[in-house]
Design a protein around this ligand. Structure first.
Ligand SMILES: C[S@@+](CC[C@H](N)C(=O)[O-])C[C@H]1O[C@@H](n2cnc3c(N)ncnc32)[C@H](O)[C@@H]1O
Length: 548
C-alpha cells in the first residue's frame, strides 16, 4: 500500500508540467507522481489524452501484455469493453484504496481524462487516484480483503485491470461531486459504507444432510447458550450472528485447497470462528454434545466468512458471496452484552454518510457563519500571539440561530499565567461556565444536567485541540467542534500518528484517538474540519505543538 509520502524521492524522471509534477521511484510500488510544490484543492493538474483499443483487439493482444496493468474500461458494450490507455502522466498515478488525493473524470467527447486534486496538496506529496474498491491484482490473496468488484472483474477476465468507470469507482473519501466541494469534512473513524473494505476471517464448518439441519441448529444453539460453544453472543470476538447458519455444501470452498463438491446435496453448517476453538477441541465438543446420528460424520473444515456485518443493504450481496450474511442496522442486536468496547470493524457506530454531510453544507448562509467564526478565531489567535502567547484562538457560540446569549472568545494563556493547563479550549469553557453560573444565580435556576457548561454550543478553534482539551469538551457536553489546522502529533481527534502518519492530514478520517466518538464515554460530539485553510489569511502559525 502506498502511504502519502511527504518527502519526494530523489530518483525522478524529468517531466515538464505546469504544476511541477514529477515522476519518481517509490521503492515499493514502481514509479508514481509526486508534487514538487504545494497545489490548491480542486485544481486540474493533468489532462491525459487516451488511446482506445476495441474489444477484439484488446482480447487478442492487449490483455496479454504489460498494457493490462495500465488500461481501464472506457466504454462497456454487450460485445466486450473498449479499453483505454492514458497517455501523458495518466498511467503513472498509483492507487490508494482509502484516501486518494486526486480524482478523475473521463471526457468522452475529447477522448481524454482529467485529473483533479480533491484537497490541498503539500510539497513532496505522492499523488494517488483510486482504481476501485477491494483487493487489487498485484495484492496477494493472503491479504484479508477479498472478492470485490475490481478483483472479481479481473479474476473473471472480463475487463482490464483498472476499472475507472465513474459508476463503479467510489473510494475517494473527499467529496468528489465535481460541481460542489463542501468546505467542511466530518472527522470520524466511522466506516464509510460505500468504501469500507470487506474483511474476512476463517471459521469452522461441517456438512450435514439437509433433513437434519433444523435439529443440528437447535443443538448448536443450546451449546452456545450453555457456553459450550464459543460463538453467538460473544460480540465482537467470536460472534457469527451477522452470518447465516447454513449454505449449500456444493457452493462451499473448503480452505486451504478451496475445493468445492458441486455434486453434494448436503448443507454446510457454520459452527464458530476458527479462533474460538482448536480443531481437536471442537471435534471433542461435537462428539460429546451433538447426536452424531444427525450427521454422516463429524468432519470439520475451514471456510472464509466476513468478520463483520455488511455496512448497508446495497453491499449485502458482496458479503453474501463470501458467506451468506444478514444485514442488521447499527445497534440492532449487535451491542456487546459484556459492555466491553468492540473492535473498529465491529463498533456499532452509525456509518458516516458523506453525501448527507455534503448536502448539509450546501447552505451558503451556514457556511458563511462558519467562515465568519473561523475569521474571529484567527483574529483572537493573532492578538494572542502579538502579546507573547501561543497563537491559538477559540470562539464559542451556537451555529443555529439561538446562541443562548453566549458569544465567547478565548485564547491560550499558558505563557502569561505560567500555568501548563491554561489552554485556549479550557479557558473558553471557564468563561462560558462563569457566564452560565452568573445567569443561573440571577434567575435562581437549578442545574438539572440540561444546561451543562457547553450544552447546545459549538466551539470554533484555529488548531485541532489536544487530548486534554478534547476530553474537557466531552465533560462540557459541547455540541460540535470546528477546526482549521490539524495537529499531526498532538491532536485528540485524528492527530496521533498511525503508521508514522498523521491521520488528519488531507482531511482523512479520525485516527486512533477519535476521542469525540469513543464508546463508553458519556458524551459524543461532531467534529468538522475546514478542508482548505488557505481560504483564510494565514494570520497564525498552522503548526503548533498543543499538547501539555
Ligand atoms: C497504472 S500503473 C501505475 C504506475 C506504475 N507504478 C509504474 O511504475 O509504471 C499500475 C501499477 O502500479 C503498481 N501500483 C499502483 N498502485 C500501487 C500500490 N498502491 N501498491 C503497490 N503497487 C501499486 C502496480 O504494479 C500496478 O500494476
Amino acid at each position: 500500500m502506498v502511504d502519502h509520502a511527504i518527502r519526494m524521492p530523489t530518483e525522478c524522471t524529468p517531466y515538464f508540467n505546469t504544476f511541477g509534477l514529477r515522476i519518481c521511484e517509490t521503492g515499493t510500488a514502481g514509479r508514481s507522481v509526486f508534487a514538487s510544490q504545494p497545489i490548491e484543492s480542486n485544481t486540474i493538474i493533468e489532462i491525459s489524452p487516451v488511446l482506445l483499443f476495441n474489444p477484439e483487439e484488446y482480447e487478442a493482444h492487449g490483455r496479454h501484455t504489460i498494457l493490462d496493468s495500465y488500461t481501464f474500461v472506457w466504454e462497456r458494450n454487450t460485445s466486450g469493453n473498449t479499453m483505454a490507455l492514458a497517455l501523458g502522466l495518466g498511467s503513472l498515478f498509483n492507487h490508494h484504496p482509502t484516501s486518494a488525493n486526486v480524482s478523475y473524470e473521463l471526457d468522452k467527447t475529447t477522448r481524454s481524462i482529467r485529473y483533479r486534486t480533491v484537497r490541498q496538496i503539500q510539497k513532496g506529496e505522492e499523488l494517488c487516484i483510486c482504481y476501485g474498491v477491494g483487493r487489487m491484482w498485484w495484492e496477494s490473496p493472503e491479504e484479508e480483503r477479498v472478492t470485490t468488484p475490481v478483483s472479481e472483474t479481473h479474476e473473471l477476465s472480463l475487463f482490464g485491470n483498472m476499472d475507472l468507470d465513474a459508476e463503479t469507482v467510489d473510494c475517494l473519501r473527499a467529496p468528489v461531486d465535481s460541481s460542489y466541494h463542501a468546505p467542511l469534512w466530518r472527522v470520524t473513524a466511522a466506516p464509510n459504507p460505500k468504501t469500507m473494505p470487506l474483511v474476512t476471517t476463517l471459521a469452522w464448518a461441517m456438512d450435514v444432510p439437509a433433513r437434519s439441519c433444523s435439529q443440528v441448529a437447535q443443538s448448536l444453539k443450546m451449546m452456545m447458550k450453555n457456553g459450550i460453544l464459543r460463538s453467538g453472543d460473544l460480540y465482537p470476538w467470536y460472534s457469527i450472528r451477522h452470518l447465516r447458519g447454513f449454505r449449500k455444501a456444493s457452493e462451499v470452498q473448503k480452505i486451504p485447497d478451496e475445493l468445492t463438491d458441486p455434486t453434494s446435496t448436503n448443507l454446510s453448517v457454520l459452527l464458530c470462528l476458527e479462533k474460538a476453538h482448536s480443531h481437536t477441541e471442537l471435534a471433542s465438543i461435537l462428539s460429546t454434545h451433538l447426536d452424531t446420528a444427525l450427521t454422516e460424520s463429524v468432519q470439520l473444515y475451514r471456510v472464509r466468512v466476513p468478520t463483520g456485518p455488511a455496512p448497508n443493504v446495497e453491499r449485502l450481496s458482496e458479503w453474501s458471496a463470501v458467506w451468506p450474511s444478514v444485514f442488521l442496522p447499527p445497534g440492532a442486536g449487535f451491542a456487546s452484552k459484556s459492555g466491553l468496547p468492540g473492535s473498529d470493524a465491529a463498533r456499532s457506530v452509525v456509518p458516516v454518510d458523506r453525501e448527507a454531510d455534503s448536502a448539509y453544507w450546501r447552505d451558503s448562509a451556514l457556511v458563511n457563519r462558519v467562515r465568519h467564526n473561523f475569521q474571529r478565531c484567527l483574529h483572537t489567535a493573532q492578538k494572542a500571539r502579538a502579546s507573547g502567547e501561543l497563537g491559538v484562538g477559540v470562539y464559542v457560540t451556537s451555529l443555529d440561530e439561538n446562541n443562548q446569549g453566549i458569544s465567547v472568545d478565548a485564547h491560550d494563556t499558558r505563557t502569561s499565567e505560567a500555568h501548563p493547563l491554561r489552554h485556549a479550549v479550557v479557558n473558553a469553557i471557564r468563561h462560558v461556565a462563569d457566564i452560565r453560573a452568573r445567569s443561573r444565580s440571577e434567575q435562581h435556576e437549578s442545574v438539572n444536567g440540561q444546561d451543562y457548561l457547553l450544552t447546545g454550543l459549538d466551539l470554533f478553534i484555529t488548531h485541532e485541540p489536544c487530548v486534554y482539551c478534547c476530553m474537557a469538551l466531552i465533560h462540557s457536553r459541547v455540541h460540535a467542534v470546528y477546526f482549521l489546522y490539524p495537529s499531526p502529533y498532538s491532536g485528540g481527534f485524528c492527530g496521533a500518528p498511525a503508521n508514522g502518519h498523521a491521520q488528519c492530514e488531507g482531511s482523512e478520517d479520525g485516527g486512533p484517538f477519535s476521542i469525540h466518538e469513543q464508546s463508553g464515554l458519556n458524551h459524543k460530539y461532531d467534529v468538522w474540519r475546514w478542508i482548505d485553510p488557505n481560504a483564510f489569511d494565514r494570520l497564525v502559525d498552522p503548526h503548533i505543538a498543543l499538547d501539555v
